[in-house]
Write a protein that binds this ligand. Structure first.
Ligand code: SAH
Ligand code: SF4
Length: 353
């Protein structure tokens, strides 16, 4: 018997082709799509307006659930929740749901592990296993959307997708899994389905230059965050080993083009590590590197991880670094360590709880 089809792996056009090949009228695909991404069903039985035979055939040929939640941890303030999921092949990933102010943000993984191996990141230290499929990426968002909506009671028509933002900042390097990641973004954005605005989606990359160039040519313009962490090649070669392949001059040129092609400002992430990249001289070098770029710098005092030799700087040092950047009128924010008590902060995901 052939393997069952993972329904969340199909783009809308392919779902339509499948149903047409079964002799169904094409509007059936829109109905099924609506059940999956608007009504957020997790079972074929819940697709109430489908003919019984079609529901049964879908149930035989396809499946909906690729992710099984294994464990959940909620931060002490109750605002961050991390879930460990098992995939069908037994691999595990983690996703994070954050409810701050009026936002409800899901941070999703795009790979099992990560091949880049940044020494300060728990994911990187665990090595790489495989890419996620588009459906596995999308389902992480749907899981939290269902949970949120379940808590809110019956939906009103205009309630929207429940989730306000998606950040591709979990485990893995999204631009090394471009096809699946992009398909997932298109599925989440689709106005006939989940309907999450492109402006509410942010992708973070360690600096895969061809991927950034490709992104800048896409019709859909999402937010781009680049993990910089160092103002010189010598240091960045160590902290983000991908820099040896795509050094800073190439990376900055790609970011400049991204800004010009999309009209969006790029965010640079800079994890502050005591005695490594947090000196005032390094802040000045960073300032010079960013001259002429419409950008935003997100400073993140390093989150501790089990194997990392690095430490965050004192608050005083971190603020001095920030002030030095702002002297050039570079907009910055200092990220607060949310979810750190449950290892749900940046770089703390490793696929086990
Ligand atoms: N691979 C992508 C996306 C996932 S990592 C990337 O690197 O951009 C999400 C962010 O967390 C990146 O900016 C990453 O550099 C940062 N990060 C990793 N480990 C961290 C740590 N221990 N403390 C703070 N930020 C960390
Ligand atoms: Fe991979 Fe990003 Fe972690 Fe580096 S920081 S190892 S690129 S997940």
């Amino acid at each position: 018997m052939p393997d069952k089809i993972a329904l969340f792996d199909l783009p809308r056009a392919q779902l339509r082709e499948l149903l047409i090949s079964w002799g169904e009228p094409s509007f059936r695909a829109d109905q099924v799509w609506g059940w999956l991404y608007r009504s957020l069903v997790s079972d074929f039985d819940q697709m109430r307006n489908l003919p019984k035979e079609l529901g049964a055939r879908l149930g035989k040929a396809a499946y909906l659930q690729a992710l099984t939640p294994l464990a959940e941890r909620v931060s002490a303030d109750g605002l961050t929740c991390k879930v460990l999921f098992a995939l069908r092949d037994g691999e595990t990933i983690e996703s994070v749901f954050m409810r701050y102010e009026r936002r409800r943000t899901v941070c999703v993984s795009t790979q099992v592990g990560c091949p880049i191996g940044c020494p300060f990141c728990a994911t990187g230290q665990g090595g790489f296993t495989r890419d996620l499929t588009a459906g596995e990426i999308v389902e992480q968002v749907l899981y939290f959307a269902r949970q949120w909506i379940g808590e809110q009671g019956p939906r009103t028509k205009d309630q929207g997708p429940g989730i306000s933002n998606v950040v591709l900042m979990g485990m893995g390097e999204p631009l090394l899994n471009y096809e699946a990641t992009w398909q997932a973004i298109e599925t989440l954005n689709d106005a006939r389905g989940f309907g999450l605005g492109a402006r509410r989606i942010t992708l973070s990359t360690a600096g895969v230059v061809p991927g950034i160039q490709r992104l800048s040519r896409e019709k859909l313009q999402i937010g781009l965050a680049v993990s910089l962490h160092a103002p010189s090649d010598r240091l960045r070669d160590k902290l983000v080993p991908l820099n040896r392949r795509y050094p800073l001059h190439q990376l900055m040129a790609a970011c400049r083009d991204y800004g010009q092609n999309t009209g969006r400002r790029v965010t640079f992430e800079y994890a502050l590590m005591e005695g490594i990249n947090d000196s005032l001289e390094q802040a000045r070098r960073l300032r010079r590197l960013l001259v002429g770029l419409t950008c935003h710098v997100n400073l993140i005092p390093l989150n501790p991880t089990v194997e990392s030799p690095y430490q965050p700087p004192s608050r005083k040092m971190a603020l001095a670094f920030q002030r030095e950047l702002e002297r050039q009128k570079i907009p910055t924010t200092m990220r607060v360590g949310r979810g750190v008590d449950i290892q749900a902060g940046c770089g703390q995901l490793r696929g086990k709880i």
